[in-house]
Ligand binder design. Structure first.
Ligand code: B12
Ligand code: SF4
Length: 531
């Protein structure tokens, strides 16, 4: 009788085309065969496709218990010079929306501060982190363990790219795209009334330690059709404040593979939402939310030119480019007249382009396929010709970067600033992000490990004093001594300031070394995990 019941549900999911719920259901089925059949049946009810389509309150399903899932992104509050940490959080937002739709009996609680989340006393907490904030995630998980002693899950870019850095304060890690795996994981937590590692083995996409041994449950397939993801309600997201600008995603992944970038390792296949989906999202923001400025945060929105062109036409047809301006991210080798015309039609107020360097040697080193110094310049010229404001990103301090490479780049930036072709520059030192070739390079030299001080990955405020004082800023360049490198930057950055006062961020005049050291979020824990 019980197996009939299960088969019926499994078929429902298959028919409804819900492969991820199907796999959750399989997990439940396994649990039913072995233990707690009643709990499993309850989950089956929650997963019922009809209820998925119109979520009902748990009371209507006759359930006495909801799983309360606290979800938070590790965030710095001490240093936020550029407001990065204050943007509405789309990553955990997408995850929350999907869980709420697929598991209506799970209550997702999102907070900005860990203290507030703990005060809500959820049953399970999930923490997301990029590398620079992973130390914060560890400190928060330890706090949760101390104060609530409940399961703590970790997800996000850092752990996905470096699972072996998982610490004992986390019970389990969700690797890569989180939606499908987290739904299965929460279903398992409900059925098994906590973490049952034997059951977790059946859920692909997880990583955990058991008896000191690492366990990876296998690769989780990517979501093929991104439109299965519910539209975000931004006003429910942490760090959403009444404002006139918003952020949008239309795709995941990028067809290129620059060697310093981890995006393509995180989302290995390039996939896009349908034009309809994106236009609906934008329309709601503009017409209902009164938004008049949208940053499209895709790694490379215009990678699919045909789709981009269709998107522009639809936005135009609906008049969504009249009261609203857009910012998008570009790559030099795809900039041409046709693209610039599309950008103008979209009412693009500015673009951000990863130039990285004006040295062909370095561009090759970075694996910037299809990009040379001349192509970088041609793209800047073309954008200028079409009067599109360009902010450009640069990376300094590659292992092979010579004085000539560095000066060539800085000279070209200076010239473009003088000619009014670059509006703004963003720059950073090359960092060996986990999952990239640069991580491997640094690891073989003993510069990084699973216990690195993750704060060293902070990009947003280069601290020139730390750069000298305690080696806490990465300096990977092997061709130029630190002092010489910094003297060159100082020299050119002053020249930039003479041309344009607000040419970019992240540069400070030298500060006397007597200044107090900045606070550290270095994890307190010494982990028993293998390094
Ligand atoms: C948009 C973006 C930004 C925006 C952030 C806007 C915002 N409101 O969130 C801005 C421009 C501000 C930004 C800044 C920076 N970014 Co950024 N950014 C991105 C980008 C392009 C998209 C992030 C995103 O929202 N993705 C979409 C969502 C759906 O994915 P997600 O957040 O990873 O979440 C999924 C999973 O990771 C998982 N998940 C996430 N959290 C959790 C939590 C739990 C509990 C679970 C179970 C699962 C889970 O499930 C989610 C759904 O699938 C990514 C690249 C990428 N393609 O992802 C880089 C990326 C995250 N950024 C990166 C970096 C390095 C930075 C900067 C340091 C760059 C700089 N030079 O200053 C700063 C630091 C910002 C900061 N302090 O937080 C790196 C991080 C690498 C790393 N290992 O840490 C990435 C991967 C790009 C790269 N170059 O490699 N960034
Ligand atoms: S083009 Fe941009 S997103 Fe794509 S791999 Fe290069 S740096 Fe990463």
């Amino acid at each position: 009788m019980r197996s009939e019941f299960i088969r019926w549900h499994v078929n429902c999911f298959a028919e409804a085309g819900l492969p991820e719920a199907y796999s959750a259901c399989e997990t439940v089925a396994a649990a039913t065969e072995t233990k707690r059949p009643q709990a499993a049946q309850k989950v089956m009810l929650w997963l019922d496709p009809e209820k998925l389509l119109s979520p009902v309150p748990p009371a209507a399903t006759g359930l006495s218990h909801r799983l309360r899932f606290g979800l938070i992104a590790a965030t710095r509050f001490d240093m936020d010079a550029y407001g990065y940490n204050r943007l509405e959080l789309l990553g955990i937002g997408t995850l929350a929306a999907y869980i709420q739709e697929r598991l209506p009996a799970v209550e997702v609680i999102m907070r900005e501060r860990i203290e507030d989340l703990i005060a809500d006393r959820p049953d399970v907490i999930g923490i997301g982190a990029i590398t620079e904030n992973y130390g914060i995630a560890i400190a928060w998980a330890m706090k949760v363990k101390r104060e609530l002693d409940i399961p703590v899950i970790v997800g996000g870019a850092h752990i996905s790219l470096l699972p072996l850095s998982l610490k004992s304060c986390f019970d389990v890690a969700v690797l890569g795209e989180g939606e499908l795996t987290t739904v299965d994981l929460l279903a398992s937590l409900i059925v098994n009334q906590g973490i049952d590692y034997e059951q977790l083995e059946r859920i692909p996409g997880l990583f955990y330690y058991r008896n000191g041994e690492p366990h990876f449950t296998g690769k989780r397939g990517l979501i093929q059709d991104l439109d299965v993801l519910p539209h975000l309600r931004r006003e429910q997201l942490p760090f959403w404040r009444p404002r006139q600008d918003a952020h949008v995603f239309t795709s995941r992944g990028c067809p290129y593979r620059c060697n310093f970038c981890s995006s393509t390792r995180l989302f290995p296949k390039y996939r896009t939402h349908s034009v309809d989906y994106v236009v609906q999202d934008i329309e709601r923001l503009v017409r209902v939310g009164g938004i008049n400025h949208i940053t499209i945060l895709d790694d490379l929105l215009v990678a699919d030119r045909r789709k981009f062109s269709a998107l522009v036409s639809r936005i135009e047809a609906k008049g969504l480019n009249q009261s609203c301006g857009y910012i998008i991210l570009l790559r030099a080798n795809i900039v041409d007249d046709e693209l610039c015309v599309l950008l103008k039609r979209l009412n693009t107020s500015g673009i951000v382009m990863g130039i990285e360097s004006f040295s062909d040697n370095l561009l090759r080193y970075y694996n910037k396929t299809g990009v040379t110094a001349a192509i970088n310049q041609a793209a800047i010229d073309k954008l200028r010709q079409h009067q599109i404001r360009a902010s450009c990103c640069f990376i300094f301090g590659a292992p092979i970067e010579t004085r000539t490479d560095l000066v060539t780049t800085l000279q070209a930036v200076h010239r473009n600033l003088q000619d009014g072709k670059i509006d703004n520059i963003y720059w950073g030192l090359l960092k060996p992000y986990p999952g990239t070739d640069m991580w491997d390079w640094a690891a073989t030299r003993g510069l990084v490990s699973y216990d690195t001080d993750w704060e060293r990955f902070m990009q947003t405020n280069f601290d020139r004093n730390r750069f000298f004082e305690d080696n806490s800023e990465f300096y990977l360049c092997e061709s130029l001594p630190k002092g010489e490198f910094l003297a060159i930057l100082d020299d050119w950055f002053r020249r930039f300031s003479a041309v344009k006062k607000d040419w970019g961020y992240g540069y400070q005049e030298p500060i006397p070394p007597s200044r107090p050291a900045r606070s550290s979020t270095r994890p307190l824990e010494t982990s028993p995990m293998p390094a």
